[in-house]
Design a protein around this ligand. Sequence first.
Ligand code: SAM
Length: 333
Amino acid sequence: MGCFLLFCAALQVIFSACELGVFDLLLQSQKPVSAAEVAQNLGTSGDGMERLLDVLVGIEILEVEHTEGTAYYSSTDVANLYLAKSSPKSLHDMIIYQSQTIYPLWNTMVDAVREGKNQNEKTFGLSSEDIFSAIYRSDEEMLKFMGLMNSTWVIDGHDVVTAFDLSGFKSVLDLGGCSGGLARELAKVYPASAVTVLDLPNVVQVAKRHFSEGDAAVHFQEGDFFDGDIPAADLYILARIIHDWKEDKCLQLLKKNHSCCPPGGGVLLVESLLFENRRGPIMAQIFSLNMLVQTEGKEHPPSYYMQLLNRAGFQEVQVCRTGKSYDAILAVK
Ligand SMILES: C[S@@+](CC[C@H](N)C(=O)[O-])C[C@H]1O[C@@H](n2cnc3c(N)ncnc32)[C@H](O)[C@@H]1O
């Protein structure tokens, strides 16, 4: 029980420190800093900041040294690498999204389990039918969600795009590719392929403004994958798309992919795969509960995706578990 309390408290402490900008300040300062200086720079109370910093030392996220009775705090390598916003491996956006959006939703878990549907209405006062209107309920929320999507591929992107040799696919369209995080990893590994992200118009505009960093390796196109035609491509990527939607919509989308790609072309699904007996992996089980509170979909084992792809017309289907949070399924026409 004590361990459980410690775990919950440690999470809340890390969330708070990220939101306040503690890790960025310590990274930039280049030298150990007192609690009073941190508090002054971040506009917080001195006492509150000192208690927060002391817990961060206790859970080994920060280090402390004492000089003439004053405690001076500095970051560990782990904090600099993963918790400071400016680090290329930063998980800052993921942590902020967990703290400000996922936690409030998870507080309604009892209702979600009782009712078997997402809790966007109860949590945010928005329709549970239109899941992306709830996810993108403000410009700030859109940016946070896109930051969250992006940070996953900093960690798992390379493993996903190298799960299969995709070099034979000369044009790749990442449907619902959001910030372009996975597409950029793909373009790095397969520079000869033309890589395009298709997403909703306002998402593409934000992606170009905040995430594309003048990077010409990935092109962006505005569109709606459910509504009307999608551009032809040798390979369609659907990363964390199928798990958002009910089965009939997923089948409709996969049939559209099948009819638009040439023979030898295909679709790469990227999802967190459950074991066939559903007894794990624990991350996939947790993601599936998250889909319950936030979307109309769920996580599935490989056999579900294989059957869905077969029904859409794809015969040759291969599954690769990457050992990371996200796995890959390649289906060829
Ligand atoms: C769960 S996110 C996955 C993002 C990205 N594939 C990834 O894994 O990082 C779902 C994406 O689908 C996009 N999306 C939702 N409905 C869409 C539609 N009708 N047409 C195109 N994109 C859509 C969202 O904007 C969002 O970027």
